[in-house]
Design a protein around this ligand. Structure first.
Ligand code: KG4
Ligand code: ZN
Length: 332
């Protein structure tokens, strides 16, 4: 079963070909970092226009990489939401047209569920049930996953998402956009013990995340000590202290969810799951707790279309195809 996946929910135009929800035959991603860097974040209209330019060349490149013709594609999977409406519409309209012209099923994929499905690409997928932590630029969500059709939200961020916190703190530290990778790189030269930053907790809601207070704490450190920003070591120490605070918040709640439900597996996915410090801490703590950890490769953590094709395959197995009148959604 060959599925063409298409992803245009934010600032990556991506297409992939995946066989039976497991084997990635092609995975092409065109990023737009250059386009949005000067603005310090994604500008929705510019993103949509760039998707419009890139979508067909990216699909063509994916088919070529997979050595597959359009006629061999058996279904089209596309991100339906959540995301930027103008951006989503570009991929969705192309996917609909292709499904109609090729007379193959159209599969509407939830972007966050696709991040979870990334763990199923490869030879050793997790067994149900498991706990999943999806950490991206827009979401920090903990789920109990019973099956592909039963994904139950256990906790989320009440304010900023973890990736958003990385991006905002990178801006405060004048490290440019996108921020996650820049902070990770600089943290390698810093001492995470230098600044005592908060690990916010919400009373009576142990699985709820909160990152806006942490961002404010970093801003306050900078305000109190304006020399930090002028010394490379000071910036590296603050970046490392911030990164450790985010990692501690994420890992403690993910393990709490695992313990509460007594599940044997934890899946962690989304752009922030590419962070090496987070990966190390997760590996150490799950090993100590006897929990099996599933972390997609770095390329499959950040936005891509292979994960969309993978989730599409499982929707198709469940008979959940889309009507051609279906629409995209921004939230949910
Ligand atoms: O999943 P993703 O590619 O797109 C969304 O669905 O949002 O996640 C993007 C987010 C950005 O906020 C980016 O700064 C963050 O993931 N990110 C990282 C790293 N790589 C990407 N954060 C920390 N460390 C990284 N290595
Ligand atoms: Zn994403």
């Amino acid at each position: 079963m060959l599925i063409l996946g298409i992803e245009t929910s934010c600032d990556e135009t991506a297409a992939a070909v995946v066989a039976s929800g497991r084997k990635v035959l092609a995975d092409v991603v065109a990023t737009q970092f250059d386009l949005h860097a000067d603005y310090g974040g994604v500008v929705p209209e510019l993103a949509a226009r760039r998707h419009q330019e890139n979508i067909l060349p990216v699909i063509r490149a994916a088919l070529k990489q997979a050595n597959v013709t359009l006629r061999e594609v058996q279904a089209i999977a596309v991100t339906q939401g959540p995301g930027l409406i103008g951006a989503l519409v570009v991929g969705f309209a192309v996917a609909k047209s292709m499904a109609y012209a090729l007379k193959v099923p159209l599969l509407g994929v939830h972007h966050l569920q696709a991040h979870i499905a990334a763990a199923f690409l490869g030879d050793a997928p997790p067994d149900f049930p498991f706990i999943a932590l999806v950490v991206s630029g827009g979401h920090t969500n903990l789920y109990r996953v019973e099956s592909f059709r039963q994904i139950i939200l256990l906790g989320r961020s009440r304010d900023d998402a973890a990736g958003e916190a990385f991006d905002k703190v990178a801006k405060l530290l004048q490290l440019g956009y996108p921020g996650g990778v820049a902070i990770e790189k600089l943290s390698g030269q810093g001492d995470a013990q230098t600044f005592a930053l908060p690990r916010p907790r919400i009373h009576h809601e142990p699985l709820t995340f909160s990152f806006s207070g942490l961002k404010t704490a970093v801003a306050n450190v900078l305000k109190r000590n304006q020399d930090i920003i002028r010394t490379p070591q000071g910036v590296a120490d603050l970046a490392a202290s911030f990164q450790q605070a985010v990692v501690d918040s994420l890992v403690s709640r993910a393990l709490l969810a695992v313990r509460r439900h007594d599940y044997p597996c934890l899946v962690v996915a989304g752009g922030v799951a590419a962070n090496q410090r987070l990966r190390q801490e997760l590996q150490a703590q799950t090993a100590a707790a006897g929990v099996k950890l599933f972390l997609p490769s770095l390329k499959l953590c950040t936005d891509n279309a292979a994960m969309v094709a993978a989730m599409g395959y499982h929707l198709l197995q469940a008979g959940e195809t889309l009507d051609l009148r279906a629409d995209v959604f921004a939230r949910g």
